[in-house]
Structures are given as structure tokens and as C-alpha cells.
Design a protein around this ligand. Structure first.
Ligand SMILES: NC(=O)c1ccc[n+]([C@@H]2O[C@H](COP(=O)([O-])OP(=O)(O)OC[C@H]3O[C@@H](n4cnc5c(N)ncnc54)[C@H](O)[C@@H]3O)[C@@H](O)[C@H]2O)c1
Length: 335
């Protein structure tokens, strides 16, 4: 079976952190699918090389040196993209860093500020200025890079995980705000992907390899093109009804459950959706059914646990009512 192919001809994609790893591979995939691509990264050399490689093979590409933690630079990045290509249709906000693991009681403010400035504030600033352009156009698709660390906790990783949980909060709220305006916003939550960031981590923390592999049901690390595939799909018309989803692009979690995620996040919008009501009815029906079965199975069991007591009407089981009355008589008699 072939992978899906996309046609993003006449569309413009922006990728932050495009100098390396998942950002680089995603920028290349957008270009292969026909989009004009803006590659942004703080590393001028890396972004220059990546851009030159794309233009040398006939693609439309623009390299922008940008520190996403600085809002003015994020704004200028979007302005340059629009000045060069006239519009902005898709964005993958992936620039980010790790900080070394630390006991939560010993974490330095410097580490906390750095990881949140790039991973969370950087996504906020990029998304804010992308939205200004997309709001004007009335269309667009944004994918923010969270992490498996945005969905779960891990000892020693509080600051990094805080930044990634924050990205999911930004994504879900902005997605609900912008869905009616034609802009879809989602997030990817990669597990451990074989990129230079992870290679650095494994070099400096040899024990981490065993720990990471223990949690990989597929028995290997993920690959950047596997994340690019999720990003391209989320930007494509195939995902035209998907918003606010923190998509678990990870082998570390067996629960790839897009329907549940969209169910959770779409609740405020879906109040009048007949399908939503149907789901609620089904859940309520199942609850009632199990409650009836529990009551039935207790009823005929000797030594069953005491029945629930209604304060005004007394216990529903007549034997309990009797016992209660006899206690009352004894007490009365003692008086
Ligand atoms: N690799 C993984 O296992 C994994 C898993 C989940 C999430 N992530 C997320 O992916 C991102 C890292 O990407 P990667 O794994 O491809 O690693 P990577 O190190 O290859 O790429 C990160 C890129 O971001 C750039 N960058 C760093 N700070 C920047 C800034 N302030 N402004 C602009 N660009 C900046 C770097 O120069 C680099 O090119 C992080 O946000 C990380 O949380 C990675």
C-alpha cells in the first residue's frame, strides 16, 4: 500500500525549527507535495543549507532566521512569508528544545524559563501572527508541536512537560475560537523520535535508552517522516473536520484515539449536534443497564452488602426495614 500523496500546489507552508529533525523533514514533505515553503530556524547555517537544497531541486523555498521566543521576530517571519508568496495556508510550529532532567525541587528558574520561552511562548507567538494572516484570508491550517510529554507526566521532566501541556491548552482553546472562521488548529504529540535532539539526549544520558525502549511497543524509535505524515494529513482536506486534536503520533502510547480526543474538545461546539446527543444517550443507557444488573445480582445473594438507605423512605429491602424497626423497639423499651 502506498502512503497518501497530497497536492498542495499554489499553497504556502511555514515550518519553524525547519533546520533540523522533524521540522526539516516536514518542510521537505510540504515541498514535495507542491507547496511553497518557508523554513524558519534560529540556526542560520542549517536553515540556509536546507533552503538551498530545496531551491536547487526546483522547489519554491525561503529561509528565515528567527528566534521564535521573540515575538517581534515571529511577527517578522510571517510578514516575510506573506511578502514572498502572497499568503499563508499551513504552518507547523515545531521549534523547540529539551532541558536536562532535574529533581523538581532543584530545577533552576533559568531552565524553566528557557524551555517555556521557546516551546510554549514560541508556539504562542508563531501561532498568533500566523492567525492574523489566516484570519484575513478566512482559511488555514496550523499544527503545533506538543509531545507525549504534553499528555502525561514523567519524573524529572516537570518543566519540559509543563511547556508541552501548555501547547495543548493553547491549541484546544484557539481551535475552538478559530474553527468557525475557517482556520483549523491541531497538535501532534510525538513519542520518542530519532532526531538530533534525541541523539543529544542519549549521548548525555546513557540510561535513558533503556528507559525509552522499555516503553516502545513497536521496538524502535519513531522516524521524522512518520511525524511529517501526520502533519501533512492534519493540513490536508482529508482532515477538514478535525480541530483541537492533540494527535498521539507515538508508538509509546497504544491509544491512538482521534475520535475520543475530538469528542472531548468539541463538546462546547457540539452541543446541538445530534451525534453528540446520541453518544450521551448510549453512555447513559449503558450506565443504567449496569446499575440494574448490579442490583439484580445482589438481591438473591446471601450475606449481600446492605442496601442503600433512602433517608426519608428507609431501606428498599423489607428485611432491612424490619431490622431497623426492631432496633427502634429495643431502644424504646430501654427507655
Ligand atoms: N524528537 C523527539 O523525540 C520529540 C518528541 C516529542 C516532541 N518533540 C519536540 O520537537 C521539537 C524538537 O524537534 P526535533 O526533535 O526535530 O529536534 P531538533 O533539535 O532536530 O530540531 C529542533 C530545531 O529547532 C531549532 N530551534 C531551537 N530553538 C529555536 C528557537 N528559539 N527559534 C527557532 N528555532 C529554534 C533548532 O535550531 C533545531 O533546528 C521540540 O519542540 C520537542 O519538544 C521531539
Amino acid at each position: 500500500m502506498n502512503n497518501p500523496t497530497y497536492d498542495f500546489k499554489d499553497q504556502v507552508a511555514l515550518v519553524t525549527g525547519a533546520g533540523s529533525g522533524m521540522g526539516l523533514v516536514t518542510a521537505q514533505a510540504f515541498a514535495e507535495a507542491g507547496a511553497a515553503v518557508v523554513l524558519a530556524d534560529i540556526n542560520e547555517g542549517a536553515v540556509g543549507t536546507a533552503t538551498d537544497e530545496l531551491t536547487a531541486t526546483g522547489h519554491q523555498a525561503l529561509g528565515v532566521t528567527c528566534d521564535v521566543a521573540d515575538e517581534a521576530q515571529a511577527a517578522a517571519m510571517v510578514q516575510r512569508a506573506v511578502a514572498a508568496f502572497g499568503r499563508l495556508d499551513m504552518a507547523f510550529n515545531k521549534a523547540g528544545v529539551q532541558v536536562p532532567p532535574s529533581d523538581a525541587a532543584d530545577e533552576t528558574a533559568g531552565n524553566f524559563d528557557r524551555v517555556n520561552a521557546i516551546n510554549l511562548r514560541g508556539v504562542w507567538a508563531s501561532m498568533k501572527h500566523e492567525l492574523r494572516q489566516m484570519r484575513e484570508q478566512g482559511s488555514g491550517a496550523i499544527v503545533n508541536c506538543s509531545s507525549l510529554g504534553g499528555l502525561v507526566g514523567l519524573p524529572g521532566r516537570a518543566s519540559y512537560h509543563a511547556s508541552k501541556h501548555g501547547v495543548i491548552g493553547l491549541t484546544k482553546s484557539a481551535a475552538l475560537e478559530y474553527a468557525p472562521r475557517g482556520v483549523r488548529i491541531n497538535a501532534v504529540c510525538p513519542g520518542t523520535i530519532d532526531t538530533p535532539m534525541v541523539a543529544d539526549m542519549l549521548d548525555t544520558q546513557p540510561d535513558a535508552t533503556k528507559e525509552i525502549m522499555r516503553d516502545q511497543p513497536i521496538g524502535r524509535l519513531g522516524r521524522s517522516h512518520e511525524i511529517a505524515a501526520a502533519v501533512l494529513w492534519l493540513c490536508s482536506p482529508g482532515a477538514s473536520f478535525v480541530i483541537g486534536v492533540p494527535s498521539r503520533s507515538t508508538a509509546a502510547s497504544p491509544l491512538i484515539d482521534l475520535s475520543r480526543a475530538s469528542w472531548e474538545v468539541s463538546t462546547p461546539l457540539a452541543r446541538n449536534d445530534p451525534q453528540t446527543h446520541r453518544k450521551r444517550e448510549v453512555v447513559q443507557h449503558a450506565r443504567n443497564h449496569h446499575a440494574r444488573r448490579r442490583r439484580r445480582s445482589y438481591r438473591d445473594r446471601p450475606g449481600r452488602p446492605p442496601d442503600r438507605v433512602d433517608r426519608r423512605r428507609g431501606p428498599s429491602d423489607p428485611r432491612l426495614r424490619l431490622r431497623q424497626r426492631s432496633v427502634a423497639v429495643r431502644v424504646d423499651g430501654a427507655q
